[in-house]
Design a protein around this ligand. Structure first.
Ligand SMILES: Nc1ncnc2c1ncn2[C@@H]1O[C@H](COP(=O)(O)OP(=O)(O)OP(=O)(O)O)[C@@H](O)[C@H]1O
Length: 640
């Protein structure tokens, strides 16, 4: 038997052996979906040494892409140049760097990562559209969610008015005009936001058949992990990428794990996929992760959702039952005693078992209490905080300098550069002065910054030397690698400033330096070091979270969304009350609402992270409010 099939069950082996045509692997948590996806890619590459086609694997997070790359490299060493494992956004970014000129984009386009920047542009688009809006009702801030939805749903200009049909007629035309103007503004500013990266990539492929044909020739096989999370624009991209004659699309998905409905994911997408690609469906019901008692309550819970795929197989536990079943439910008078107990229970475990624990909850607010109680019991806890931008002054300086080298007189980046410089050197350089000098000086804000800084007598020798040698590396030669190295040397040589070391400007520096190095290494591994240009580096950095890795010995406290795709020895799912899980919003929408079904899937995802034991807790009072036990506890078969 091939090494790619060893220890797999019959259905998993069938999925790994699948060669041509469309296959949907529809399976529950812990059933080996990621395993079969990576093994199939490894097998295909290894068994076709004389072929040149590439396999494209699309994921939602860079973490998942990196993990799959590592797994495939282990299975089929040296396969790197025949596989592209990347996120939808990174793929779209790469496509637009190469072909965006067909839409008027330059390869060094900027990604707008902050809502503030997008709102500013949208306000300008409202003015461009020449509509007389009442500002309070029709501001960029108010319109942004609607624009997001239109972009995420790949709504063409001609369909906008139908989509917003509930608005009065005059407003419909206005939304349509602003939508068009916003997209034009983005292109004119040589920038994109996250949703428009996907929709513009779709536009290139739809309007330029030769480009689509070339991509389909290179990537003869397309695979998607966690397909259930795709929004409509991502699905449209997929349709453009898969050749309609061969339909070599391999998708793994679980409709019971759709928890991004608010981001455009929908149970209907899987139905559309089956219909559009005439997918063969293969189910993998065997669960290798959870104890049988957990599988039992998971099956009972999810059976209450009415929008599931018809005929979906129940999960079957592969693990044998143990005496204690690995399942507990505890009830407390109030939330404080609940989290205090959880913290004590975790702290009483051995160090090695503690490392296998996780605390899960629907909201961060409840997790913050758990972190505090764990700390009181001498246990370090880790509450992941998604970070889209660096916050320490050294990294802010580095990032702003690189961004300015890429878009030479950007006011916002100039402002960030001068603020970071003040934190590092204690010297105030007026950003408006830099911008106006740049306008007179070939447009380079970095060059004008250098000139203005060098005029200042207060500049330390160490910093003067750095600026004189390093900034020209960047401005004249775009040698960002030497610039980064010189910058880190400059940071290391800055005089100790103990009063600053504890301030927010510096406290995260060491962590952020490691994150920077890891991100750059990851980007270079994905694209090949020599191919990474400055604008590519910046765009890819914008697509990646700046969150530092979890300290090894810390107990993670995750929202359910953050725990997706992971597994833990001991799971503590806390605050199992109405208004928490299910959320207040879902309770308001009603028992049969799509929101309530999504909450049930959240609960399903949470409990199926369990490898050995699941502990559910709830209390009568949460944050001072009387709360009823979660309806999901009853649905799982508990008497509450
Ligand atoms: N045939 C098998 N024999 C033994 N263990 C297996 C087998 N298939 C998968 N596993 C194990 O089951 C666990 C879950 O596998 P994997 O992470 O691939 O599942 P998944 O379906 O992607 O899960 P989720 O949907 O929750 O992300 C892993 O620890 C994996 O090693």
């Amino acid at each position: 038997m091939s090494e790619f099939l060893s220890s797999l069950n019959e259905r998993q082996a069938a999925a790994v052996s699948w060669q041509d045509g469309p296959l949907l692997v529809l399976a529950g948590p812990g059933s080996g979906k990621t395993t079969v996806l990576t093994r199939r890619i490894g097998r295909m590459i290894q068994q076709s040494p004389d072929d040149h086609y590439r396999v494209l694997g699309l994921t939602f997070t860079n973490k998942a892409a990196a993990e799959m790359r590592a797994r495939i490299e282990k299975l089929a060493p040296g396969s790197g140049n025949r596989v592209l494992l990347t996120t939808f956004h990174s793929f779209a970014g790469d496509l637009l760097r190469q072909h965006g000129h067909l839409l008027g984009l330059k390869p060094d386009f900027t990604i707008l990562t902050q809502d503030g920047e997008r709102i500013g542009l949208l306000d300008e688009a409202i003015a461009d559209a020449g509509r007389s809006f009442e500002v309070s009702e029709f501001s960029g801030e108010r319109l942004l969610p609607l624009i997001n939805r239109l972009l995420e749903n790949d709504v063409g200009d001609e369909r906008v008015e139908k989509i917003v049909a509930t608005l009065p007629e005059e407003r419909r035309a206005s939304v349509s005009a602003v939508y068009r103007a916003y997209k034009d503004r983005l292109i004119a500013a040589n920038s994109l936001d996250f949703p428009s990266m996907i929709s513009e990539a779709v536009r290139v492929l739809r309007t330029h058949a030769a480009v689509a044909k070339q991509i389909r020739r290179i990537y003869r096989y397309v695979c998607v992990d966690e397909f259930q999370d795709t929004n409509f624009a991502q699905y449209s991209l997929l349709i453009c990428l898969v050749a309609s004659d061969s339909r070599n699309l391999f998708v793994v998905a679980d409709d019971d794990q759709i928890i991004y409905q608010w981001n455009g994911a929908s149970p209907a997408r899987l139905e559309g996929l089956k219909r559009d690609f005439e997918m063969t469906v293969l189910q993998l019901p065997t669960n290798y992760r959870c104890p049988p008692a957990v599988i039992d309550i998971a099956n009972k819970l999810i059976a209450n959702n009415s929008t599931r795929t018809a005929n979906k197989d129940q999960l079957l536990a592969e693990k044998p039952a143990t005496e204690d079943q690995g399942l507990n439910l505890y009830h407390f008078p109030d939330f404080e005693s609940e989290v205090a107990w959880v913290a004590q229970d975790i702290s009483a475990k051995s160090a090695s078992e503690r490392e296998r624990c996780v605390v899960l909850a629907r909201t961060r607010k409840t997790l913050e209490r758990a972190v505090e109680h764990l700390g009181n019991n001498g246990v370090t806890a880790y509450l992941a905080n998604r970070k889209d931008e660096f916050v320490s002054a050294p990294l802010r300086w580095l990032h702003a300098a690189l961004r300015l080298a890429n878009s030479s007189n950007d006011r916002e980046q100039t402002r960030r550069l001068t603020r970071a410089f003040f934190a590092l050197e204690g010297l105030q350089i007026d950003p408006a002065g830099v911008t106006s000098a740049a306008e007179a000086f070939e447009g380079s804000a970095l060059r004008s910054f250098l000139n203005l800084a060098l005029e200042r007598n207060e500049l330390s020798d160490h910093t003067r030397k750095y600026l004189v040698s390093a900034l020209p590396q960047l401005v004249e030669r775009l040698d960002f690698r030497s610039f980064c190295a010189s910058t880190f040397e400059w940071f290391a040589g800055l005089p100790d400033q103990p009063f600053l070391a504890s301030s927010n400007d510096f406290s995260e520096f060491e962590d952020e330096k490691k994150v920077w190095e890891a991100l750059v290494a990851d980007i270079e591994a994905q694209f090949g070091k020599e191919s990474v240009t400055l604008h590519m580096l910046l765009q890819e950095l914008d697509l990646r979270s700046k969150t530092p890795p979890q300290p090894k010995e810390a107990v993670p406290c995750f929202t359910i969304h953050a725990s997706k795709g992971m597994e833990f020895g001991h799971v503590y799912l806390i605050a199992m009350v109405e208004d928490q899980l299910p959320s207040w919003a879902a309770v308001k929408k009603g028992a049969e609402s799509p929101e309530m079904q999504e909450e049930r899937r959240n609960c399903f995802v949470a409990i199926t992270r369990t490898e050995d034991s699941l502990t559910l807790t709830y209390s009568d009072k949460v944050f001072g409010w009387q709360k009823a036990p979660s309806r999901f506890l009853r649905e799982m078969g508990f008497q509450v």
